[in-house]
Design a protein around this ligand. Structure first.
Ligand code: ADP
Ligand code: MG
Length: 347
């Protein structure tokens, strides 16, 4: 049984961080799996992840390690999920998209355009037809509503669960694409529609008759008090915090489930955790990229991001072929959903 792939990524120091603290960093590189971290009280911690990407790591290396195995499996009907987590400014969107998903610079291109190309390459080499082979959907969760970024009139998409297909977004726009260029053009239109307030973006890629691939660029994980937000922005921040803490609670429940007693997993506490139910609950190959600033000025938030990643490391996954209910995987896997959760219904 596989677990989640958990990686940490430290972006280069920003010019503001350099101005305020010079070249000071709170991490010391041990190797590409381990580093030591000093908090603001000079206390030292050692962290180990499946892979650590430091400031000189390239976008292509992140793709190769974290995403390309998931892309290959998705074409072979195994669901995949890639999530970026971290405080605002930590490099989530840069890792996911690059400066823009249309940028041609090989050094800067992010995961999303590489995933799109990787999917088409895999489909081509498997000898399948390219025409309408991938469907795209793109939504964001804004103030606990799921908004369709391909059709803004659909601003409250309902989440549905089907026994055969798992979690579905009821009535979400699906755009069929038959080339990477076509996919990137649609995706960039969707990205242009996202809300200005920092929210999380979800992209779904569905190679036909195969797995579902979900890319999630989460909202900033920082504490609300630190943002100095007021009014509408404060309300937004609180809702974002609520769904990120729901994510933390789901991860805690999944990792504490080894005591033997049936454990309730609170997937229903937020839209985010509901949509990620398949990704976290077992039927997916899932990778988490914990994005951090290397600066001592952000040590507290980085530490909280790294601890989130360490907790997620203990989740056991049991990805299975779509439509192929593997009973043994289920028996050994994380607690199965309750009867109420597994029947087909609309939230
Ligand atoms: P987030 O999405 O987590 O809020 P961004 O991805 O927007 O953060 O990154 C914040 C800033 O840092 C951006 O200007 C981005 O270009 C830069 N940045 C982030 N990661 C890297 C990196 N690995 N290399 C170079 N610049 C980066
Ligand atoms: Mg961002």
């Amino acid at each position: 049984m596989a677990s989640m792939t958990i990686c940490a990524r430290f972006r280069p120091l920003s010019s503001k961080e350099r101005r305020d603290h010079g070249d000071a960093v709170c991490i010391q590189h041990v190797d590409f799996e381990t580093f030591s971290f000093k908090d603001e009280k000079d206390e030292e911690f050692t962290f180990s992840f499946d892979k650590v990407f430091y400031e000189k790591s390239e976008q292509a290396q992140v793709y190769e390690f974290l995403a390309s195995p998931i892309v290959r499996d998705a074409v072979d009907a195994i669901n995949g999920t890639i999530v970026t987590y971290g405080q605002t400014g930590a490099g989530k969107t840069y890792s996911m998209e690059g400066p823009s998903i249309l940028v041609r610079d090989e050094q800067k291109r992010g995961l999303l355009p590489r995933v799109v190309e990787g999917l088409f390459d895999c489909i081509k080499s498997s000898g399948r037809t390219m025409k309408h082979s991938i469907k795209l959907s793109m939504v964001e969760i804004y103030m606990e509503r799921v908004r369709d970024l391909f059709d803004l009139a659909k601003d409250n998409i309902q989440i549905k669960e089907s026994k055969s297909q798992g979690i579905l977004l009821n009535g979400v726009t699906e755009i069929s694409v038959s080339s990477p260029a076509e996919a990137l053009e649609s995706l960039s239109n969707g990205i242009a529609n996202r809300a200005v307030g920092e929210t999380r973006i979800l992209c779904f890629l569905f190679p036909s008759k195969a797995g579902k691939l979900i890319l999630v660029d989460l909202a900033g994980s920082e504490k609300v008090e630190k943002t100095g937000a007021e009014g509408k922005v404060l309300e937004e921040a609180k809702t974002i915090n609520k769904s990120l803490s729901a994510l933390g609670n789901v991860i805690n429940a999944l990792t504490c489930g080894s005591s033997g007693k049936a454990n309730h997993i609170p997937f229903r506490d937020s839209k985010l955790t509901r949509i990620l139910q398949d990704s976290l609950g077992g039927n997916s190959r899932t990778a988490l990229l914990c994005c951090c600033s290397p600066s001592p000025s952000n040590a507290l938030e980085s530490l909280s991001t790294l601890r989130f990643g360490m907790r997620a490391k203990h989740i056991k996954m049991s990805p299975r072929l779509k439509g192929n209910e593997d009973k043994s995987a289920k028996k050994n896997g994380p607690p199965s959903p309750t009867k109420d959760e597994s029947c087909e219904r609309i939230l």
